[in-house]
Every structure is written in C-alpha cells, then in structure tokens.
Design a protein around this ligand. Sequence first.
Ligand code: UD1
Length: 335
Amino acid sequence: MGKILVTGGLGYIGCHTTVELLGKGIEVVVVDNLSNTTIDVKNRIEKIAGKSFPFYEIDVCNTEKLKEVFASENITGIIHFAAFKAVGESVENPILYYRNNIEGLISLLECVKEYNVPNIVFSSSCTVYGDTKESPITEEHPIVQAISPYGTTKIVGEQILFDFANVSSTKVVSLRYFNPVGAHSSSLIGELPIGIPNNLIPYVTQTAAGIREKLTIFGNDYNTPDGTNIRDFIHVVDLAKAHVKAIDFADNHSFKVEVFNLGTGKGTSVSEVVDTFEKVNSLSLNHIYGPRRAGDVEQIWADATKANEILGWKAEISLEEMLRTAWDWQQTLKD
Ligand code: UD1
C-alpha cells in the first residue's frame, strides 16, 4: 500500500485512525500543527500500536514546509483530517475557518499535484445535507446551503476535491461522518477537551465528572418520539476503521470520486443518550431541558448501505460501548 500521510493525525479522529493503520501494518507519516492536541498523543498512539512513526509539526497551510515532507517521504495516499470543527466558533469567526480549512486543503492539493499522489481521503460531514427532514439519508440527497461556515468549508472542500479529481489522476474519497463519539478501549486516546464543550458527549462526561454543573438538553418539543433531537452516534474506532477501508478501496479500484456516509444507520435521541449513559456507567446525570439551540437539525441518521456494500465496512460498536469508553476516557483526564 505504500506510505499514508495523515494530516491532523494527532487529533481526535486522526489519532484513532493512525492506530488502526499501524495495526494493519501500514506505514504512516503524521503532520499536525498541535493547535488542538498535544505531542503526548504521539507517544500514546505508539504505545497502543507498539510501533513508532515519523511526525512533522507543520501547519498544512504552510505549503513550502509541507512540500518538504513529500520530498523526503514517498507518500502514496493521504487521509486529510487537519481542519477546525467547532460549528459555533465558525459562525463567530468565519474567516478563520475559511483560511484554515480551505487554504489548508488547497495547500495540500498543490503538493498532491506536484508529487502525483494517487489518492486522497477527505473528512467530510453529514452537515452537507443541511436541515433535512429525510432520514435515513443516502449520499444521493442534494447538497444544500450550509447552516454554518464550518459546514460551508465541508461543501466547498468536497467541490474543490471533485474539480481537482476531474483534471488529475488522483482519486478522491469523501467520507461524510455523522456524530463520532467514544474513545479507544485502552483509554489512552480520546477527545481532548478545550474550553466549554459544544458537543453533547464531552458535555455529558464533564457533567458526570463534576466539571460542569448540569447538562442542558436543547429542546424537548421537537417532532420526535420523546421530543429531543435524533442523531446517528458512531464510535470513533468504527469510524477510524472505515478510513483504512477507504484507502484500501482507493488503492485497488479505478474511479475519480466516491462519497460515503459513515454512520450506524440507527437514530438515537439526546434523551436516550442520557438514559443509556446513566445506565451503563451506573450514575445519575444532573440535567435539565432548555430551549432549542439555533441551527440544530431536528433528526438525522445515515443510510450507510453504500459503505457497507462497496467498502465492506459496517459500524459494529454499540451505543453502550460508546458511552462507556467516553466515560472511561473522561476519568483519565485531569480537570
Ligand atoms: C455538529 C455538526 C456536525 C459536526 C459536529 C462536530 C451540524 C448540523 N452538525 O453536530 O457537522 O461534525 O457538530 O462538531 O452542523 N446537545 C444538547 N446539549 C448540549 C450539547 C448538545 O442537548 O450541551 C444536543 C444538540 O442539540 C444535538 C445533539 O445534542 O441535538 C448533538 O449535538 P452535537 O454533539 O453538538 O453535534 P451536532 O450538532 O449533531
């Protein structure tokens, strides 16, 4: 398979993917600017995998530095995670998001072009489907106007890649994630919280740990069975495994562009998450119902049939395990 460059390889999804790649005996090179992680994650990945790998502390926007990596490593495929991902922050500071996520991708593609890299796997999101009412949702669903600048960077990022694939020999796989949660079973890696979490699961685990006073469930008057939003939560290790399948697929098939939904295919409500979290971890979570959060989609879950059939991938880890590993990981963190 050759050497795979993982950008953002020390981030939340990146580090779990690096573990899976190394576990399959695939050579990995990681580039990360450490803007949302620490160097210690490299040691932790190596501890789990029992192998080391080359690491470059580089911002992907720095094309000259990035080119040096391509010049010294024989990169045969890329998994591109390096990007900002906080929806609210992107609304506050859109320019930051466009510069980092779009400029970073263009910078990377300049290297791909110069070094003729045969394939690239892109981190996309179900946010490209916008405020849809149709679930389960397939890849055929139209791409609509994004709800946030973060979402726009995913829609535009995909378009840039598709345009590039059209005029080059590079194959593009775009993976549209639903809601990645949980942590590695070793509790050595997981999501590193910075500031007050926006996402549900880190807020839940920090509340259980006493770092936050209570969880506010944003709205219980939605048109869903229990009135709360429905999402497709997927364990980060299942998601990581899909990247290994995607890179292998790109290596062995002839195509220009492929898009895959990555979810379990099952919708779970926010209330069900709280109940399950309490049950599997034998604790009680201080929570209240509050007003709806602006920009939230009522309900969305994946039709992951295409990834099941074409990539030969299926999410296997249960909601219980997602919430158990998330709590185990939280307990290893100092507040
Ligand atoms: C959002 C983005 C998604 C992105 C993800 C990661 C959209 C439509 N979705 O997902 O693309 O990949 O963030 O940042 O832009 N909730 C509470 N209380 C809380 C926190 C969350 O009730 O304190 C609820 C939310 O209202 C929502 C659910 O939990 O219904 C999940 O929220 P969250 O974890 O933030 O993810 P999404 O908004 O689904």
